[in-house]
Design a protein around this ligand. Structure first.
Ligand code: GDP
Ligand code: IMO
Ligand code: MG
Length: 423
């Protein structure tokens, strides 16, 4: 048996969904523990592309249990839409389970996300506007509505009334927005609650028992290390913990139960939304990576910012997650680029920084320091063995591995299940 945690090692969209889907073949249980439908995890199976937002990426096998843990903020309308898409593709939802403690995203969270972003003007965060931050705010403020409240119509009615009263004041009096209707929300959402109630369990007990029974359990991270609310590029972060510790808090299990932590990254760097990005390429190479890599957001369709691989960031991800191995995706996207650069440190007024600065304002004085590599022309998307990669591609991967001191266990050469080289 093994308990493996999988995390994004950059700013999200590293190809976590693809790797989870591959590893899920040998797993019994796949667990999501943080974030919500701000996540967009793409899985390509038999030529069909699935964009999973809340449902764990193990759902595309028939016999896996897929758990939505307590640390999730769950938009019922979005989840039901996703469940319908999965069913329409002939896949089963029998294995889906939702923790009773997960917090519910309601229309006022979505309205407030949009209004607060607008109020910030040019210093907006560039959120996905899915109500994620406002829902976690209610959780921390202790006024949130949890799944156990939501599926009890009397409790839901009472909590919704109290919350909406306050939120409507904030929406209208502070932000100058339109008040939302209690009746409309209640009548619509009470029906969603009925549909979701059969899936609700105590997932902390379930996952603990599964681990103790020797099952293979896979934790599926959403977002990435640099988007962590505590250690990420604050305030340009999400409102949860995409780092490995988030699995413990967001599932209700202890850290000694997790055996391994696999970080997923791309062979370059991308970011959606605002915030610092030291190796960003605002030129034709950045455009070429965006075009070839299809770097457009899964959730919002926004163009992703693209840049060179940054080992300062990956060194940070190794530290904050305790990574035991790494999967490097999208090596195929770099084919044909004559010279590749990899950032190995930041030069701050003549001093070489190897650790990502705590205060992002320090980055304005930092210049990335690059090592340059010869690229390769070959299309590697049909390569199926690491040894068959061009020599320069192997040099690139081995430089990452040696610099970080962490094994690159997998290399991605395309979006499908079989386009993954295991070492
Ligand atoms: P996630 O949020 O980390 O699951 O990543 P996304 O699904 O948002 O974005 C990753 C994108 O890259 C998706 O479109 C994947 O299908 C695609 N992808 C994953 N691995 C590879 C790879 O090795 N090569 C290529 N070309 N595409 C990949
Ligand atoms: P996956 O799981 C990439 C980013 C948003 C924004 C910031 C805050 O697919 O890797 P939020 O809506 O969470 O309050 O937005 O976080 N963001 C992501 N970027 N991938 C994601 O998820 C993301 N989820 C949130 O773009 O910059
Ligand atoms: Mg994504």
């Amino acid at each position: 048996m093994s308990v493996t945690a999988l995390v994004g090692a950059q700013w999200g969209d590293e190809g976590k969904g693809k790797i989870i889907d591959i590893l899920a073949e040998k797993a019994d249980v796949v667990v999501r523990s943080q974030g919500g439908n701000n996540a967009g995890h793409t899985v390509v199976v038999d030529g069909v592309t699935y964009k999973l937002r809340l449902v764990p990426s193990g759902i595309l096998y028939d016999n896996k249990v897929c758990v939505i843990g307590n640390g999730i903020v769950l938009d019922p309308k979005s989840l039901l839409g996703e469940m319908n898409e999965i069913k329409a593709n002939g896949r089963s939802l029998d294995g889906l389970k939702i923790d009773a403690r997960a917090h519910v995203v309601l229309p006022y969270h979505i309205a407030l996300d949009g209004l607060s972003e607008k109020m910030r003007g040019g210093s907006d965060i560039g959120t996905t506007k899915r109500g994620i931050g406002p829902c976690y705010m209610d959780k921390a403020e202790r006024s949130g509505i949890r799944m156990c409240d939501f599926i009890n119509p009397a409790v839901f009615a009472e909590k919704l009334k109290i919350n909406l009263n306050i939120k409507n004041k904030i929406i209208t009096e502070i932000y100058g927005g339109e008040a939302l209707s209690y009746d409309e929300i209640y009548n619509e959402y009470v029906e969603y609650a009925k549909l979701l109630a059969p899936y609700v369990i105590d997932a902390s007990v379930f996952v603990y028992d599964a681990i103790k029974a020797g099952k293979n359990v896979l934790f599926e991270g959403a977002q990435g290390a640099l988007l962590d609310i505590d250690v990420g590029t604050y305030p340009y972060v999400t409102s949860s913990h995409p780092t490995a510790g988030g699995f413990c808090i967001g599932t209700g299990i202890g850290p000694t139960l997790i055996d391994n932590c696999l970080g997923v990254c791309k062979s370059y760097t991308t970011r959606v939304g605002k915030g610092p990005f030291p190796t960003e390429l605002d030129d034709e190479i950045g455009d070429a990576i965006r075009q070839r890599g299809g770097e457009y957001g899964t959730v919002t369709g926004r163009a992703r910012r693209c840049g060179w691989l940054d080992l300062v960031i990956l060194r940070f991800a190794v530290r904050v997650n305790g990574l035991t191995s790494l999967a490097v995706n999208k090596l195929d996207t770099l084919s044909g680029i004559k010279q590749l650069k990899v950032c190995v440190g930041y030069n701050k007024n003549g001093v070489l920084l190897k650790d990502f600065p705590v205060d992002i304002s320090d980055l304005s004085d930092c210049e990335p320091v690059y090592e340059t590599f010869d690229g390769w022309d070959e299309d590697v998307s049909s390569v199926r063995s690491y040894d068959d990669l061009p020599a320069n591609a192997k040099k690139y991967i081995e430089f990452i591995e040696n610099t970080l001191g962490v094994k690159v266990a997998m290399v991605g050469v395309g979006p499908s299940r079989d386009q993954n080289l295991t070492r």
